[in-house]
Write a protein that binds this ligand. Structure first.
Ligand code: KG4
Ligand code: ZN
Length: 343
Protein backbone atom coordinates (compact mmCIF):
# COMPACT_ATOMS: atom_id res chain seq x y z
CA UNK A 1 0.00 0.00 0.00
CA UNK A 2 1.48 3.35 -1.06
CA UNK A 3 0.60 6.35 1.09
CA UNK A 4 1.33 9.95 0.11
CA UNK A 5 1.80 11.92 3.32
CA UNK A 6 1.95 15.61 4.20
CA UNK A 7 3.49 17.30 7.26
CA UNK A 8 3.01 21.03 7.97
CA UNK A 9 2.64 21.27 11.76
CA UNK A 10 5.40 23.83 12.33
CA UNK A 11 8.13 25.25 10.10
CA UNK A 12 8.82 22.39 7.70
CA UNK A 13 6.60 21.66 4.70
CA UNK A 14 7.12 18.00 3.88
CA UNK A 15 5.77 15.31 1.58
CA UNK A 16 6.67 11.62 1.33
CA UNK A 17 5.54 8.40 -0.28
CA UNK A 18 5.82 5.40 2.04
CA UNK A 19 5.06 1.77 1.29
CA UNK A 20 3.36 -0.46 3.87
CA UNK A 21 4.49 1.76 6.74
CA UNK A 22 8.11 0.68 6.55
CA UNK A 23 9.70 1.73 3.30
CA UNK A 24 10.35 5.31 2.23
CA UNK A 25 10.00 5.59 -1.56
CA UNK A 26 10.61 9.35 -1.74
CA UNK A 27 10.66 12.33 0.60
CA UNK A 28 10.95 16.12 0.33
CA UNK A 29 11.35 18.66 3.10
CA UNK A 30 11.15 22.41 2.53
CA UNK A 31 12.53 24.06 5.66
CA UNK A 32 11.63 27.63 6.58
CA UNK A 33 14.23 27.85 9.30
CA UNK A 34 16.41 30.51 7.63
CA UNK A 35 13.48 32.94 7.56
CA UNK A 36 12.34 32.26 11.15
CA UNK A 37 15.97 32.66 12.29
CA UNK A 38 15.63 36.39 11.58
CA UNK A 39 12.99 36.61 14.34
CA UNK A 40 14.64 34.22 16.82
CA UNK A 41 11.78 31.70 16.61
CA UNK A 42 8.87 30.49 14.50
CA UNK A 43 6.44 33.22 13.41
CA UNK A 44 3.12 31.35 12.92
CA UNK A 45 1.74 33.73 10.29
CA UNK A 46 4.88 33.40 8.15
CA UNK A 47 4.90 29.61 8.62
CA UNK A 48 1.34 29.29 7.22
CA UNK A 49 2.12 31.50 4.22
CA UNK A 50 5.27 29.55 3.36
CA UNK A 51 3.39 26.22 3.64
CA UNK A 52 0.82 27.47 1.12
CA UNK A 53 3.57 28.55 -1.26
CA UNK A 54 5.49 25.29 -1.21
CA UNK A 55 2.98 22.50 -0.57
CA UNK A 56 1.98 21.83 -4.22
CA UNK A 57 5.56 22.10 -5.44
CA UNK A 58 6.99 19.66 -2.91
CA UNK A 59 4.17 17.18 -3.60
CA UNK A 60 4.90 17.23 -7.32
CA UNK A 61 8.60 17.02 -6.57
CA UNK A 62 8.09 13.93 -4.37
CA UNK A 63 6.01 12.13 -7.02
CA UNK A 64 8.67 12.98 -9.63
CA UNK A 65 11.48 11.67 -7.41
CA UNK A 66 9.55 8.42 -6.98
CA UNK A 67 8.73 8.25 -10.71
CA UNK A 68 5.10 7.81 -9.69
CA UNK A 69 1.86 9.62 -10.43
CA UNK A 70 -1.26 10.12 -8.31
CA UNK A 71 -2.85 7.01 -9.85
CA UNK A 72 -0.16 4.88 -8.10
CA UNK A 73 -1.18 6.23 -4.67
CA UNK A 74 -3.59 4.23 -2.48
CA UNK A 75 -4.24 6.71 0.33
CA UNK A 76 -3.39 10.19 1.60
CA UNK A 77 -2.14 11.04 5.09
CA UNK A 78 -1.77 14.32 6.93
CA UNK A 79 -0.63 15.61 10.31
CA UNK A 80 -3.78 17.12 11.83
CA UNK A 81 -2.70 17.67 15.48
CA UNK A 82 -0.99 19.00 17.55
CA UNK A 83 0.87 22.02 16.17
CA UNK A 84 0.43 25.59 14.95
CA UNK A 85 -3.19 25.78 13.93
CA UNK A 86 -2.72 27.91 10.80
CA UNK A 87 0.16 25.70 9.67
CA UNK A 88 -1.79 22.46 10.25
CA UNK A 89 -4.80 23.83 8.37
CA UNK A 90 -2.73 24.27 5.22
CA UNK A 91 -1.81 20.57 5.15
CA UNK A 92 -5.29 19.38 6.14
CA UNK A 93 -7.05 21.43 3.48
CA UNK A 94 -4.54 20.52 0.80
CA UNK A 95 -5.08 16.82 1.50
CA UNK A 96 -8.86 17.26 1.58
CA UNK A 97 -8.67 18.83 -1.89
CA UNK A 98 -6.52 15.96 -3.17
CA UNK A 99 -8.87 13.42 -1.64
CA UNK A 100 -11.86 15.00 -3.37
CA UNK A 101 -10.09 15.19 -6.71
CA UNK A 102 -8.55 11.72 -6.61
CA UNK A 103 -11.20 9.87 -4.63
CA UNK A 104 -8.63 8.58 -2.13
CA UNK A 105 -9.09 8.01 1.62
CA UNK A 106 -7.58 10.50 4.11
CA UNK A 107 -5.70 9.20 7.14
CA UNK A 108 -5.32 11.80 9.94
CA UNK A 109 -2.06 11.39 11.88
CA UNK A 110 -1.09 12.69 15.34
CA UNK A 111 2.28 14.46 15.21
CA UNK A 112 3.84 12.70 18.23
CA UNK A 113 2.66 9.29 17.03
CA UNK A 114 4.46 9.98 13.77
CA UNK A 115 7.67 10.97 15.57
CA UNK A 116 7.61 7.53 17.22
CA UNK A 117 6.98 5.91 13.81
CA UNK A 118 10.25 7.40 12.49
CA UNK A 119 11.71 4.37 14.27
CA UNK A 120 9.63 1.91 12.21
CA UNK A 121 11.38 3.23 9.11
CA UNK A 122 14.83 3.18 10.72
CA UNK A 123 14.42 -0.26 12.37
CA UNK A 124 12.48 -2.63 10.18
CA UNK A 125 12.22 -5.22 13.01
CA UNK A 126 10.84 -2.84 15.68
CA UNK A 127 7.34 -3.63 16.92
CA UNK A 128 5.34 -2.52 19.97
CA UNK A 129 5.06 -2.94 22.89
CA UNK A 130 7.90 -0.69 24.08
CA UNK A 131 8.47 2.41 26.17
CA UNK A 132 9.30 5.65 24.39
CA UNK A 133 10.77 9.03 25.28
CA UNK A 134 9.38 11.63 22.88
CA UNK A 135 11.24 14.93 23.20
CA UNK A 136 10.54 17.72 20.72
CA UNK A 137 10.20 21.48 20.56
CA UNK A 138 6.66 21.34 21.91
CA UNK A 139 6.48 18.12 23.97
CA UNK A 140 8.42 15.90 26.37
CA UNK A 141 6.60 12.64 27.06
CA UNK A 142 7.36 9.21 28.43
CA UNK A 143 4.85 6.95 26.70
CA UNK A 144 4.00 3.27 26.80
CA UNK A 145 3.45 2.24 23.18
CA UNK A 146 1.15 -0.71 23.83
CA UNK A 147 0.36 -1.19 20.17
CA UNK A 148 0.81 0.84 16.97
CA UNK A 149 -2.26 2.95 17.79
CA UNK A 150 -2.59 2.45 21.54
CA UNK A 151 -0.61 4.78 23.83
CA UNK A 152 -0.41 5.39 27.57
CA UNK A 153 1.30 8.59 28.74
CA UNK A 154 3.07 8.00 32.03
CA UNK A 155 4.99 11.26 32.28
CA UNK A 156 5.13 14.65 30.60
CA UNK A 157 6.46 18.13 31.06
CA UNK A 158 4.64 20.46 33.43
CA UNK A 159 5.96 23.54 31.63
CA UNK A 160 8.57 23.89 28.86
CA UNK A 161 9.43 21.02 26.53
CA UNK A 162 13.08 19.92 26.38
CA UNK A 163 13.58 21.37 22.87
CA UNK A 164 11.94 24.64 23.91
CA UNK A 165 14.26 24.89 26.93
CA UNK A 166 17.29 24.25 24.69
CA UNK A 167 16.15 26.91 22.23
CA UNK A 168 15.42 29.54 24.88
CA UNK A 169 18.67 28.94 26.77
CA UNK A 170 20.59 29.04 23.48
CA UNK A 171 19.00 32.37 22.58
CA UNK A 172 20.33 33.88 25.84
CA UNK A 173 23.79 32.64 24.87
CA UNK A 174 23.46 34.42 21.51
CA UNK A 175 23.08 31.25 19.42
CA UNK A 176 20.85 31.30 16.32
CA UNK A 177 17.43 29.60 16.21
CA UNK A 178 16.88 26.66 16.53
CA UNK A 179 19.42 26.84 19.31
CA UNK A 180 19.19 23.22 20.45
CA UNK A 181 21.16 22.04 17.45
CA UNK A 182 23.80 24.74 17.75
CA UNK A 183 24.14 24.21 21.51
CA UNK A 184 24.67 20.50 20.97
CA UNK A 185 27.53 21.21 18.54
CA UNK A 186 29.47 23.64 20.73
CA UNK A 187 28.76 21.71 23.95
CA UNK A 188 31.12 19.02 22.62
CA UNK A 189 34.02 21.44 23.25
CA UNK A 190 32.89 22.74 26.65
CA UNK A 191 33.34 21.78 30.31
CA UNK A 192 30.02 20.42 31.58
CA UNK A 193 31.01 21.53 35.11
CA UNK A 194 31.54 25.14 34.08
CA UNK A 195 28.45 26.12 36.10
CA UNK A 196 26.19 24.36 38.59
CA UNK A 197 22.51 24.18 37.72
CA UNK A 198 19.63 23.19 40.01
CA UNK A 199 18.01 19.76 39.77
CA UNK A 200 14.28 20.43 39.25
CA UNK A 201 11.87 18.88 41.74
CA UNK A 202 8.46 17.86 40.40
CA UNK A 203 5.73 17.04 42.88
CA UNK A 204 3.31 14.29 41.92
CA UNK A 205 4.31 11.87 39.18
CA UNK A 206 7.96 10.83 39.41
CA UNK A 207 8.03 10.62 35.61
CA UNK A 208 6.91 14.20 34.93
CA UNK A 209 9.43 16.79 33.78
CA UNK A 210 9.92 20.49 34.50
CA UNK A 211 12.45 22.51 32.53
CA UNK A 212 11.38 26.11 33.13
CA UNK A 213 13.35 26.48 36.40
CA UNK A 214 16.48 25.19 34.69
CA UNK A 215 15.93 27.58 31.80
CA UNK A 216 15.50 30.56 34.17
CA UNK A 217 18.64 29.51 36.09
CA UNK A 218 20.82 29.45 32.96
CA UNK A 219 19.40 32.77 31.75
CA UNK A 220 20.24 34.36 35.12
CA UNK A 221 23.73 32.85 35.20
CA UNK A 222 24.54 33.98 31.65
CA UNK A 223 23.30 37.51 32.37
CA UNK A 224 25.23 37.70 35.65
CA UNK A 225 28.38 36.47 33.88
CA UNK A 226 27.97 39.11 31.17
CA UNK A 227 27.54 41.88 33.76
CA UNK A 228 30.51 40.77 35.87
CA UNK A 229 32.76 40.53 32.81
CA UNK A 230 31.33 43.68 31.28
CA UNK A 231 30.55 42.07 27.92
CA UNK A 232 27.35 42.30 25.88
CA UNK A 233 27.68 38.82 24.42
CA UNK A 234 29.72 35.65 24.81
CA UNK A 235 30.95 35.33 21.23
CA UNK A 236 34.54 36.26 22.07
CA UNK A 237 34.66 34.20 25.29
CA UNK A 238 34.58 30.65 23.90
CA UNK A 239 35.45 29.01 27.22
CA UNK A 240 32.34 30.51 28.83
CA UNK A 241 30.08 29.99 25.80
CA UNK A 242 31.02 26.35 25.40
CA UNK A 243 30.98 25.82 29.18
CA UNK A 244 27.43 27.19 29.54
CA UNK A 245 26.30 25.05 26.59
CA UNK A 246 27.92 21.89 27.95
CA UNK A 247 26.57 22.43 31.49
CA UNK A 248 23.02 23.08 30.29
CA UNK A 249 22.99 20.19 27.83
CA UNK A 250 24.27 17.82 30.54
CA UNK A 251 21.55 18.92 33.00
CA UNK A 252 18.71 18.44 30.49
CA UNK A 253 20.06 15.10 29.28
CA UNK A 254 20.61 13.80 32.85
CA UNK A 255 16.96 14.57 33.66
CA UNK A 256 15.57 12.98 30.48
CA UNK A 257 17.71 9.86 30.81
CA UNK A 258 17.22 9.29 34.54
CA UNK A 259 13.41 9.56 34.40
CA UNK A 260 13.19 7.43 31.26
CA UNK A 261 15.40 4.69 32.71
CA UNK A 262 13.48 4.76 36.00
CA UNK A 263 10.17 4.40 34.15
CA UNK A 264 11.48 1.49 32.06
CA UNK A 265 12.83 -0.21 35.18
CA UNK A 266 9.65 0.20 37.21
CA UNK A 267 7.33 -0.80 34.37
CA UNK A 268 9.54 -3.69 33.28
CA UNK A 269 10.43 -2.64 29.76
CA UNK A 270 13.67 -3.81 28.18
CA UNK A 271 12.89 -2.30 24.80
CA UNK A 272 13.40 1.50 24.77
CA UNK A 273 12.73 3.91 21.92
CA UNK A 274 13.74 7.54 21.49
CA UNK A 275 11.80 10.00 19.28
CA UNK A 276 11.29 13.69 18.45
CA UNK A 277 13.61 16.51 17.35
CA UNK A 278 15.69 16.34 20.55
CA UNK A 279 16.50 12.68 19.82
CA UNK A 280 19.19 14.09 17.48
CA UNK A 281 21.08 15.32 20.56
CA UNK A 282 24.44 13.60 20.57
CA UNK A 283 24.86 13.46 24.36
CA UNK A 284 21.31 12.11 24.82
CA UNK A 285 22.01 9.36 22.28
CA UNK A 286 25.37 8.47 23.85
CA UNK A 287 24.18 8.52 27.45
CA UNK A 288 21.01 6.54 26.79
CA UNK A 289 22.94 4.04 24.72
CA UNK A 290 25.41 3.49 27.59
CA UNK A 291 22.62 3.04 30.17
CA UNK A 292 20.96 0.43 27.93
CA UNK A 293 24.24 -1.40 27.28
CA UNK A 294 24.85 -1.54 31.07
CA UNK A 295 21.46 -3.21 31.56
CA UNK A 296 21.50 -5.37 28.45
CA UNK A 297 18.41 -3.56 27.15
CA UNK A 298 17.63 -2.86 23.51
CA UNK A 299 17.60 0.81 22.44
CA UNK A 300 16.11 2.11 19.18
CA UNK A 301 16.75 5.63 17.90
CA UNK A 302 15.64 7.25 14.64
CA UNK A 303 18.32 7.94 12.06
CA UNK A 304 19.36 11.57 12.30
CA UNK A 305 17.48 12.78 9.21
CA UNK A 306 14.22 11.37 10.63
CA UNK A 307 14.54 12.97 14.11
CA UNK A 308 13.13 16.35 13.07
CA UNK A 309 9.82 16.98 11.32
CA UNK A 310 9.39 15.05 8.06
CA UNK A 311 6.56 13.36 6.17
CA UNK A 312 8.11 9.88 6.00
CA UNK A 313 7.24 9.32 9.67
CA UNK A 314 3.68 10.50 8.93
CA UNK A 315 3.33 7.96 6.10
CA UNK A 316 4.63 5.22 8.38
CA UNK A 317 2.21 5.88 11.24
CA UNK A 318 -0.63 6.42 8.73
CA UNK A 319 -0.31 2.83 7.54
CA UNK A 320 -0.97 1.52 11.06
CA UNK A 321 -3.81 4.01 11.62
CA UNK A 322 -5.38 2.76 8.37
CA UNK A 323 -5.00 -0.88 9.41
CA UNK A 324 -6.74 0.02 12.72
CA UNK A 325 -9.61 1.64 10.82
CA UNK A 326 -8.75 5.23 11.75
CA UNK A 327 -9.81 6.91 8.54
CA UNK A 328 -10.92 10.54 8.21
CA UNK A 329 -13.41 12.23 5.95
CA UNK A 330 -14.26 15.66 4.53
CA UNK A 331 -15.15 16.99 7.98
CA UNK A 332 -11.55 16.52 9.19
CA UNK A 333 -10.26 19.60 11.01
CA UNK A 334 -6.90 20.59 12.46
CA UNK A 335 -6.43 20.70 16.25
CA UNK A 336 -3.71 22.73 17.99
CA UNK A 337 -3.48 20.45 21.00
CA UNK A 338 -4.51 16.83 21.36
CA UNK A 339 -3.34 13.99 23.61
CA UNK A 340 -1.37 11.23 21.90
CA UNK A 341 -3.79 8.79 23.56
CA UNK A 342 -6.81 10.13 21.61
CA UNK A 343 -7.80 8.88 18.18
O1 KG4 B 1 10.33 17.46 16.64
P1 KG4 B 1 10.82 18.76 16.18
O2 KG4 B 1 11.58 18.82 14.89
O3 KG4 B 1 9.66 19.79 16.08
C1 KG4 B 1 8.59 19.77 17.00
O4 KG4 B 1 7.71 18.92 16.84
O5 KG4 B 1 8.67 20.58 17.95
O6 KG4 B 1 11.74 19.33 17.34
C2 KG4 B 1 12.39 20.54 17.22
C3 KG4 B 1 13.19 20.77 18.49
C4 KG4 B 1 13.80 22.16 18.53
O7 KG4 B 1 13.53 22.69 19.81
C5 KG4 B 1 15.28 21.91 18.32
O8 KG4 B 1 16.12 22.85 18.95
C6 KG4 B 1 15.43 20.54 18.94
O9 KG4 B 1 14.29 19.84 18.54
N1 KG4 B 1 16.66 19.88 18.49
C7 KG4 B 1 17.70 19.60 19.29
C8 KG4 B 1 18.69 19.00 18.48
N2 KG4 B 1 18.20 18.94 17.21
C9 KG4 B 1 16.95 19.48 17.24
N3 KG4 B 1 17.86 19.80 20.61
C10 KG4 B 1 19.02 19.41 21.14
N4 KG4 B 1 20.03 18.85 20.43
C11 KG4 B 1 19.90 18.63 19.10
N5 KG4 B 1 20.89 18.07 18.42
ZN1 ZN C 1 7.93 17.47 15.59
Amino acid sequence: MKILSIESSCDETACAIVENGRHEIASTIASQVEEHKLYGGVVPEIASRRHIESISKITKNTLDKASLSFKDIDALAVTYAPGLIGALLVGVNFVKGLSLALNLPIIPVHHLRSHIAANYITHIDLEPPFICLVASGGHSHIVEVLDYTNFNVIGKTRDDAAGEAFDKAARTMGLPYPGGIEMDKIAEFGDCEFIKLPIPKVNGSEYDFSFSGLKTAIINQVNTYKMKNNVSDLSSDKKALYGFAASFRKSVVDILVSKFIKAAENLNYKKLVLAGGVSANSLLRRQLNQECINRNWKLYMPKINLCGDNATMVGSQAYYEYVSGHIGNMSLNATASLSIEKN
